[in-house]
Design a protein around this ligand. Structure first.
Ligand SMILES: C[S@@+](CC[C@H](N)C(=O)[O-])C[C@H]1O[C@@H](n2cnc3c(N)ncnc32)[C@H](O)[C@@H]1O
Length: 518
C-alpha cells in the first residue's frame, strides 16, 4: 500500500472518495496518481460496488446515428479499426467489450436478415445491438445479471424498418428485439440441436480481467488450464446447437507470464477444433491502444520484449457432412519442399526497431526490414544462421547445406514457398522437416539464444491450415520458451480493394520467437 493511500482514516473512506471521483468522470490514471492506488484496485472497487466491470459511470445515452459512416466490410485477414465505434448506443463503458465493427462484419458476412444470432458472452450487449440494427434475431446471455441490465439499456432504442441497411434486398425484413437473459455459456440445453444460424461471442481471456465480483461460474476467475477445460464445454454445446455449414466467431487474445507468451489464442482454437469445428478463417484483430514511444520504447529494447498488439478472431465452421480427407486431398504433388541455408545480406542498422507484436513493414524493403528486426533484436549480426524452405520441381536437383556451426545466438527459419498455395503433403513435410531441423540445431544454439520461425496460414480446400498454431503445437521442447508471436504485414497489401470472393484474403504472416532456455 502506498503512503498516499495510508493518509486516509479508513479504507472505506478512500473507496467512497474514489467512487465519487469516478462519478465525476475523473480518468483512472489521474485517480491512481492522486490516491496512490493501482488500476487493478480501482477496477476491483468498481466491480464490487456496481456488480459489473465498467470504466465510466454513464448518465444517459443519446443515439446520434444508428450506423457507422462509410462502412465497408473487411476483405482481408487483418482487421484494424482506428476508432472503436460509437454509433447507436455503443460506448467503451463496459470494460473489455469488443468494438462493434467486429460483430457487424461477422453478422453481415455470415448471416442473412431474419436469421438467428447467438452470443453467450453478451456483456453489455454489443452483438445484440448490432443484430437489432441489421435485422437479425438474437439470443444473448451472460452469467452476470448486472451486465444483462446494462445490455437491456443498450438495446433499448428505436429503429424504424426503413433504417435497416439493405432494405431493398429482401421484402420481409423486420426489426427484432434481442432476447436477453442471465445464463451460463456452458449450458445451452434450452436450445435445440442445429437451431442457430451464427454464433458470435467474446469470452473472458481466462483470468486477465475479472468481469464480476467472483460470481459462481464466471469464467474470468479460471486460470488458463481450467478456463480451457470449461471452454471445451462451451465449444461442445456450440457445435450441437449450430446448423451444419454455419459459422461460429470467437475473439480471444494471448497473455504474458513473466517474459513469455502464453498462446491462449492458439490453445482456444484447439479447443474448438477438438469439438468438431473446421477453421474457415483466422482473422487478426489489431489493437491500437499500445504505447510504442518514450518509456515503452526504451523498456521494450532494454528487456527485449514486444507489447501484445493483436487478438485472434477464429471463424469456425460446422461442416455440412463429414468428408473423408483422402477424397479431398490433391492427388498430384510435384513440388518438393527442401530447406537450404541462406546468407542474409546484412547492411545498415535500423534507426528504430519494432516494439509491438504487429510489424507493418514497407513493401519495397519488406524482407530486409524483417531480417534486420529479427537479427538486431535476437543476435549480434554474426552469431546467426538462416534456413529457408524453397520449392523445387521434381526433376531439379538441389543441395541442402547443413549448417552445423556451434555457439550460435540465433537460428532463423524462413519459408517463402508457403505463399504459393502449397499442397497438404507439402505442408506436412514442411512441419516434419522443421521439427527435425529444430531438434538437430538446438544443441548448437547458446543458452539464452533464439529460434525465430517465419511462417503463414494457408488455405486448403476452403479451410485454413493455421501453420503458426500448428508449429506452436509441434515445438513443445522444455528447452524452448515461446517469447513472442509476432504478426507481420506488408504495408499497402491490406488496402487492396480487390474482391476476394467468399473468403478473406490472407495478408498476414507470423514470426514465432523462442528463447533457448536449457
Ligand atoms: C469479454 S466480455 C464480453 C463483452 C461483450 N462482447 C461486449 O461487447 O460487451 C466476457 C463476458 O463473459 C461473461 N461470462 C463469464 N463467464 C460466463 C459464463 N460462464 N457464461 C456466460 N457469460 C460469462 C462475463 O460476465 C463478461 O461479460
Amino acid at each position: 500500500m502506498s503512503n498516499k493511500k495510508l493518509n486516509f482514516k479508513t479504507e472505506k473512506e478512500l473507496e467512497e472518495i474514489i467512487l465519487q471521483e469516478k462519478a465525476r468522470g475523473t480518468p483512472d490514471l489521474e485517480i491512481g496518481q492522486k490516491y496512490g492506488v493501482t488500476f487493478r484496485y480501482i477496477e476491483r472497487l468498481i466491480t464490487r460496488s456496481q456488480g459489473v466491470n465498467i470504466s465510466a459511470f454513464k448518465v444517459s445515452k443519446k443515439v446520434k446515428k444508428l450506423h457507422p459512416k462509410d462502412f465497408k466490410e473487411e476483405q482481408t485477414t487483418v482487421w484494424s479499426f482506428k476508432q472503436r465505434g460509437n454509433w447507436a448506443t455503443h460506448s467503451g463503458e463496459y470494460r473489455g467489450n469488443w468494438s462493434p465493427y467486429i460483430p457487424r462484419n461477422v453478422i453481415l458476412k455470415y448471416s442473412k436478415p431474419d436469421e438467428l444470432v447467438l452470443d453467450y458472452f453478451c456483456g453489455a450487449g454489443t452483438t445484440a445491438v448490432e443484430s437489432k440494427l441489421l435485422g437479425r434475431r438474437c439470443i444473448a446471455f451472460d452469467i452476470n445479471d448486472k451486465a444483462i441490465e446494462l445490455a437491456k439499456k443498450n438495446v433499448n432504442f428505436t429503429v424504424e424498418l426503413q433504417q435497416l441497411p439493405f432494405i431493398d434486398e429482401k421484402s420481409h425484413l423486420k426489426v427484432y428485439e434481442p432476447e436477453l437473459s442471465v445464463g451460463d455459456a456452458r449450458d445451452l440445453s434450452f436450445l435445440q440441436d442445429n437451431s442457430i444460424d451464427l454464433i458470435c461471442a467474446h469470452p473472458p481471456y481466462a483470468n486477465i480481467i475479472h468481469y464480476t465480483d467472483s460470481k459462481g461460474g464466471d469464467l474470468s476467475f479460471f486460470d488458463i488450464d481450467e478456463f480451457l477445460k470449461e471452454m471445451a464445454k462451451v465449444a461442445k454445446e456450440s457445435f450441437r446447437v449450430l446448423k451444419p455449414g454455419r459459422q461460429c466467431a470467437i475473439l480471444i487474445g494471448d497473455t504474458r507470464r513473466k517474459k513469455h507468451v502464453i498462446p491462449l489464442g492458439f490453445k482456444l482454437i484447439n479447443v474448438y477444433l477438438d469439438a468438431g469445428f473446421k477453421l474457415r478463417e483466422l482473422v487478426i484483430k489489431r489493437q491500437h491502444n499500445c504505447k510504442t514511444t518514450g518509456f515503452w520504447y526504451a523498456n521494450s529494447i532494454k528487456y527485449n520484449f514486444l507489447l501484445l498488439a493483436q487478438e485472434y478472431l477464429p471463424i469456425f465452421e460446422k461442416p455440412k457432412l463429414p468428408v473423408p480427407l483422402s477424397v479431398r486431398e490433391r492427388l498430384v504433388d510435384y513440388d518438393l519442399v527442401t530447406p537450404t541455408s541462406e546468407k542474409l545480406p546484412v547492411t545498415r542498422k535500423l534507426d528504430e526497431l519494432e516494439t509491438t507484436t504487429v510489424w507493418i513493414l514497407p513493401e519495397k524493403d519488406f524482407e530486409e526490414r524483417l531480417n534486420k528486426n529479427v537479427i538486431d533484436r535476437y543476435s549480434n549480426e554474426k552469431g546467426f544462421s538462416t534456413i529457408t524452405f524453397v520449392s523445387h520441381s521434381k526433376n531439379e536437383t538441389n543441395s541442402t547445406e547443413r549448417n552445423r556451426q556451434k555457439g550460435k545466438e540465433l537460428l532463423f527459419i524462413k519459408s517463402p514457398f508457403l505463399s504459393n498455395n502449397p499442397s497438404r503433403s507439402n505442408i506436412e513435410h514442411y512441419l516434419k522437416e522443421t521439427k527435425e531441423i529444430v531438434n538437430r540445431e538446438l544443441p548448437n544454439i547458446n543458452k539464452g539464444g533464439f529460434l525465430a520461425i517465419q511462417t503463414q496460414d494457408v488455405r486448403i480446400d476452403g479451410y485454413i491450415e493455421p501453420l503458426a498454431k500448428r508449429m506452436v503445437d509441434l515445438l513443445t521442447s522444455g528447452k524452448l520458451w515461446l517469447n513472442e508471436v509476432v504478426i507481420i504485414i506488408q504495408e499497402g497489401k491490406n488496402l487492396s480493394s480487390e474482391s476476394t470472393g467468399e473468403y478473406l484474403k490472407i495478408t498476414h504472416q507470423y514470426l514465432l520467437v523462442y528463447e533457448v532456455v536449457g
